[in-house]
Design a protein around this ligand. Structure first.
Ligand code: ADP
Ligand code: MG
Length: 781
């Protein structure tokens, strides 16, 4: 029986790519493939005995193409502890083509799946089968409402539980105060404790059953087991009227109440931890003013369509990404670019949702609405990063998985040995209950993810976007920071300062160079084109344009010849003293040559960013070695390096040379961060342990870097390292605390030195203190 499967394939630039993939796929035994460049997909028939979908995907990826996963973040209701998250992750991971990372702290799952193999319905069904409630991402507002409603419901449950437990508390206080006998008759106690145990506490049984059915033990198992034992013993004593025996109804009721209290506080704290996203979402307005048939009407943003003409008045925030059709205005784009100076926009310019019209009026044609905007993309990225798993968490996950069975064994042992030694089986039972209750691994499960959530959220608020938790964790271990010069240390907006024409006049030289540069996206090219426009020099027609990354450009200029514009080394031209002097002053000097004849020299100045020198100084004070890598000439590099205060630098580097430097440092045992402008530094960024990109304006979210700096401020690179170190320190504190708490608590409980009520309180306090400790990171600066 052959199976058929259609996989999307991205990254193909022509039909030859398709042919190459097809050949590779057909080479696999039992596979018959047809790859289409036009539809960007691979139609596959395969024999399941010989091949599986994962192999097919791997084969496509080996050819250098990607099989885009569908990904989404799904809210998950009904998880009671980290073990639930681990179990759900296992269940989802077993679905074909699905990878999932479930966050207990974020109450969500980050999912990626292959569209040909699974669909969303199958994923949702699997979540439900595992006993959880999948919550589809509605608009954030509704989600916020839902979580507020959930919180109120939890609060009501807790209040009911507390009310029924209160008499026990009064009785306990009376006992401590010396009244030797309780005033609450046993039958009354039974009447109060039973609904707490089975109505309010029903969730623990349900959770425990679902977990055990899935082959894992979680916190619900411990709570259900512990409280049921206390209740059963007491109920038996009461109903059978056993003489000389204590009852422990207060233990079962109070443990349940305290666990609920702990959950409640935890939920509230977790809500605070994810507040960063809500803050980002609030930047976009809820309604838009749309022009329809000559009239202006207010439309909720989720009803906007592509092509709608939106009117944005002075003081309004933009509801969509789009193109200006008419009007002129100054926009504050700082929420996306960090640049606080307002930007002038007129017809034809691209504008972005959430930016604010400070002055003027615009009519904008909507191009991206709702979840397609850059802002939504950023929000998604932050949410995904908050829900992702840090490598350091694996230890805690492994621990919590074996924890519950181990603790159950300890409890059993406690019961048997205490009973045997003391001869009192009811006391033995209560010791065992205390062991079960104190040992809940909640704090252990919350230690890492809450710190990650707060750390990532804090970064986002400051314009530092972490791609995932791993990036956040690794940034703190960096000990070498490599920075690119153009567009990173410098502003990336060079201006033509001097021109030296060897024959003919300056304008002719600029005209020729600009014409060749018309095909290039490089900042230097933009500078030359701008100068040509300023001076009213028309561009000449060119053919056969070619760009040599990190060296320059070439093209055939109509009626003239082959013109090259690029580094002096590439063009092999001897530099006159005048040009050398420009370099010593920090300008980039570019040579121009035609058909082997030297035409002249151009000097372009690109000022340092105001933040560069300070940022590099801060980096060094953190013990990070700083090095500048540039494709520019040594003389220019030396001058810029001196100005920025960098004493290690390398010049004349092509993008692949930068990657070699990264690997050399790594081979010497260094952890390397590369900060670049993301375009021609791609090889070095990919090789580095941590890649940082300066977000050039609104394309921030598209950048594939581990860390994107939304504001063009170099100090944020250092902040990213500091924030990472701080977050890691928090995680270690949390883990140590959770661990010590259990290490001390379990033996005390086993020896009978902790009664179950105290154990319940300690357990609730431990999760709450871990979450609160993580929340302290919000104040980090
Ligand atoms: P950096 O490493 O400083 O970011 P690049 O790798 O982008 O610099 O470029 C290195 C050098 O190559 C530049 O300093 C310039 O001399 C030359 N160059 C690159 N692209 C162009 C271009 N489009 N026009 C002229 N020169 C270029
Ligand atoms: Mg560069």
């Amino acid at each position: 029986m052959t199976q058929s499967l259609t996989l999307p394939v991205s990254g193909m630039s022509c039909a030859a790519c398709a042919a190459r993939i097809e050949k590779q796929l057909n080479r696999l035994p039992g596979v018959d493939a047809a790859v289409s460049f036009a539809s960007e997909s691979a139609q596959l028939r395969y024999d399941p005995a010989q091949a599986n979908p994962q192999q097919l995907v791997a084969a496509i990826e080996r050819c250098g193409f990607a099989v885009p996963r569908q990904s989404m973040r799904l809210g998950i209701g009904g998880m009671s502890c980290a073990a639930c998250a681990a179990r759900l992750e296992k269940v989802l991971g077993k679905l074909p083509g699905v990878s999932a990372s479930v966050s207990f702290a974020g109450e969500s799952a980050q999912l990626a799946w292959l569209p040909g193999l699974t669909d969303l319905d199958a994923v949702l069904a699997a979540v439900r089968r595992a006993g959880f409630e999948p919550l589809l991402p509605e608009t954030e507002d509704k989600a916020a409402d839902a979580s507020a409603a959930r919180y109120r419901r939890e609060l009501a449950w807790f209040a009911a539980s507390a009310a029924m437990t209160l008499p026990f508390l009064v009785e306990m206080i009376a006992m401590f105060a010396g009244s030797h006998h309780g005033w609450l008759p046993r039958l009354w106690q039974l009447a109060l404790a039973t609904p707490v145990q089975f109505v309010i506490g029903w969730r623990f049984y349900r959770g425990a059953w679902q977990a055990l059915r899935g082959g894992v033990a979680n916190m619900d198992v411990l709570v259900a087991l512990g409280t049921s034992m206390a209740w059963l013993l007491s109920a038996a004593v009461t109903l059978l009227n056993l003489p000389g025996q204590h009852v422990y109804f207060e233990a079962s009721a109070m443990v349940i109440t305290l666990v609920l209290l702990g959950k409640l506080l935890e939920t509230r704290a977790k809500g605070k931890a994810s507040a960063a996203i809500a803050a980002l979402m609030k930047l976009a307005p809820k309604t838009a003013r749309v022009e329809q048939g000559g009239e202006l009407i207010d439309v909720p943003v989720d009803r906007l369509k592509h092509g709608d003409i939106v009117v944005v008045r002075h003081g309004d925030s933009l509801p969509v990404d789009g193109e200006v059709v008419s009007g002129e205005a100054w926009l504050d784009e700082s929420m996306l670019t960090g640049e606080s100076r307002p930007v002038a926009k007129r017809a034809g310019d691209k504008v972005y949702a959430a930016t604010r019209n400070q002055d003027g009026m615009l009519k904008v044609r909507a191009q991206s609405v709702g979840s397609e905007t850059q802002l939504a993309e950023i929000v998604r990225m932050v949410a995904a990063a908050q829900g992702s798993k840090a490598p350091i968490q694996r230890l805690a996950d492994r621990l919590s998985a074996v924890f519950v069975p181990a603790v159950s064994a300890v409890a059993l042992l406690t019961f048997l040995s205490t009973g045997w030694l003391l001869g009192s089986w009811s006391a033995a039972l209560i010791h065992a209950v205390a062991v079960l209750v104190i040992a809940c691994p909640c704090a252990l499960g919350l230690a890492t993810p809450t710190a990650i959530m707060v750390g990532v959220g804090n970064g986002a608020r400051r314009g530092i976007l972490f791609r995932n938790a791993e990036a956040l964790e690794r940034a703190g271990k960096v000990d070498v920071l490599l920075v690119d010069k153009t567009g990173t240390l410098t502003e990336g907006r060079p201006v033509l300062r001097h021109a030296l024409a060897l024959s003919g006049d300056e304008d002719a030289l600029i005209q020729l160079a600009a014409s060749v540069e018309a095909g290039s996206e490089h900042p230097l090219a933009r500078a030359l084109l701008q100068k040509a426009q300023e001076r009213g020099l028309p561009l000449l027609t060119c053919a056969d344009f070619r760009a040599e990354v990190g060296r320059g450009v070439a093209a055939l200029v109509e009626g003239r010849g082959l013109v090259l514009v690029g580094t002096p080394a590439w063009l092999d031209m001897a530099m006159p003293d005048e040009a050398r002097a420009w370099q010593d002053a920090g300008a980039t000097v570019v040579a121009v040559r035609m058909d082997g004849q030297a035409l002249g020299w151009l000097a372009l100045a690109d000022p340092l960013r105001a933040s560069s020198a300070e940022a590099l100084r801060q980096a060094r004070s953190l013990g990070v070695r700083v090095m500048m890598l540039t494709g520019d000439d040594a003389a220019t590099a030396r001058s810029i390096a001196a100005e920025a205060g960098v004493d290690e630098w390398r010049a004349g580097m092509r993008p692949q040379d930068k990657a070699v430097v990264v690997r050399e440092l790594q081979a010497a045992g260094r952890k390397v961060a590369m900060l670049g402008d993301g375009v021609n530094d791609a090889p070095a960024l990919a090789a580095a342990d941590v890649s940082l990109a300066m977000g050039s304006g609104s394309d921030v979210a598209i950048s594939a870097a581990d860390i994107t700096l939304m504001r063009g401020d170099l100090r944020h690179a250092v902040d990213a390292i500091r924030l990472s170190r701080r977050t890691l320190a928090k995680i270690r504190q949390n883990l140590a605390f959770a661990f010590v708490y259990n290490m001390l608590g379990i033996p005390l409980a086993a020896l009978g030195l902790l009664n179950p009520v105290i154990a319940g309180a300690a357990m609730a306090a431990s999760s709450v203190s871990v979450v609160s400790n993580s929340l302290l990171l919000r104040r980090w600066r």
